[in-house]
Ligand binder design. Structure first.
Ligand code: FAD
Length: 331
């Protein structure tokens, strides 16, 4: 089989000239899935210039990298990117295409799916390989109360967007062989979009939760914003730490939306996750359950958060957290 046929594709995402981690995570999973059925993996890289990205993608699992390069692709542009991906897909006919469920990916994937007249499993938390090269996409359904698994049996490409921090990337192997296909878009389109200004989502100048190794998350049980601030003292004890919140805490404006964990927020997998006065609703847990170590503090011993916690402290956060801070400082 030619390397370009029937492959599982990942659409690369770049920010400030760097390939985002989610690209490597999805590529790692695409590689693992493709290997089970003897398929290939490919990455679509749309950027101003290659700058070594394609080679790094090959080292981390791509058999083919399609590059679409040019000044007009320097910034994410939904019209130009959709046009390029659709043209490539019509020419090379992938089996499946994965996008990162980031802000840009959530914008781009449905447009590509509609243009290719296929479906889209959006915001997935798992992708597995079923029989006959059919991908099994799993995502929260019915307001996050159920996990649904979807198989697109008779449409190609099978498409989905998948959350960051779900899959592990492959270890880079600079000896891996792959092919770089420099693609020139044939039917160019004029963009009607003009970017006037770019503003990153505010995290108050602090580390983004997706980059933190220790996350101190709080929920509605804190009662008010002043008392929520004790999480800052807890976070200050660790390097690479950040404060996060449940949706209830975000709704109360105790923490920015950019720091919301869960189904309608972000998925994180830090080394250590403190869930303080968070009940453990499925919509919250789906965003943090892959954390290496979860410590839950809740005054209700039956709170669902204890089902996913590695360590549980039953007690009042206003009492337990200051004591915990004291103990850690003394350690
Ligand atoms: P609560 O459920 O009110 O829990 C507060 C907890 O604090 C309780 O367990 C209580 O026992 C404990 N507590 C109270 N006082 C104290 C104290 N002094 N000391 C210790 N413990 C105390 N939620 C998210 O978090 N993220 C999402 O992305 C998200 N997306 C959603 C998407 C949809 C479509 C829907 C329908 C819901 C979504 N939700 C999300 C909301 C979710 O269902 C819950 O309502 C929310 O997670 C509850 O937040 P909480 O745990 O802070 O508050």
């Amino acid at each position: 089989m030619a390397k370009t046929e029937n492959a599982i594709w990942v659409v690369a995402q770049l920010e400030n000239g760097e390939t985002l981690g989610v690209t490597y995570e999805l590529l790692g999973q695409a590689r693992r899935l493709a290997d089970t059925v003897g398929q290939n993996t490919a990455v679509v890289l749309i950027a101003r210039e290659n700058n070594g990205h394609a080679e790094k993608l090959i080292a981390q699992g791509a058999d083919v990298v399609y590059t679409v390069l040019g000044e007009e692709y320097a910034d994410y542009n939904v019209e130009l990117y959709t046009n390029a991906i659709c043209e490539l897909a019509q020419e090379y006919k992938p089996n499946g295409i994965m996008f990162g469920a980031t802000i840009d990916g959530r914008d781009l994937a449905p447009r590509v799916a509609a243009r290719l007249k296929t479906g889209l499993c959006a915001d997935c938390t798992e992708v597995e390989m079923g029989e006959n090269g059919l991908l099994k996409w799993t995502r929260p359904a019915l307001g996050g109360n159920l996990m649904g698994t979807i198989v697109c049996s008779d449409i190609r490409p099978q498409m989905g967007s998948v959350r960051p921090k779900i899959f592990a990337p492959m270890e880079p192997d600079s000896g891996r062989q792959g092919e770089v296909i420099n693609y020139t878009v044939k039917n160019k389109v004029e963009s009607k979009v003009e970017i006037l200004k770019k503003e990153p989502l505010s995290t108050g100048g602090k580390l983004k939760i997706e980059d933190a190794e220790v996350i101190c998350a709080g929920g509605r049980g804190f009662g008010d914003g002043e008392r929520f601030k004790v999480l800052e003292d807890l976070a200050a004890l660790f390097e690479k730490s950040a404060i996060a919140g449940s949706r209830a805490a975000v709704d109360e404006k105790w923490v920015d939306h950019a720091s919301q964990v869960g189904q309608s927020g972000k998925t994180v997998a830090p080394k250590l996750y403190f869930a303080c006065a968070v009940s453990g609703a499925l919509q919250h847990v789906s965003g943090m359950k892959e954390s290496e170590v979860i410590v839950a503090i809740n005054k209700d011993e039956n709170a669902p958060i204890f089902e996913v916690a590695h360590y549980g402290l039953v007690g009042d956060v206003h009492v337990v957290i200051p004591k915990l801070i004291e103990k850690i400082k003394a350690y």
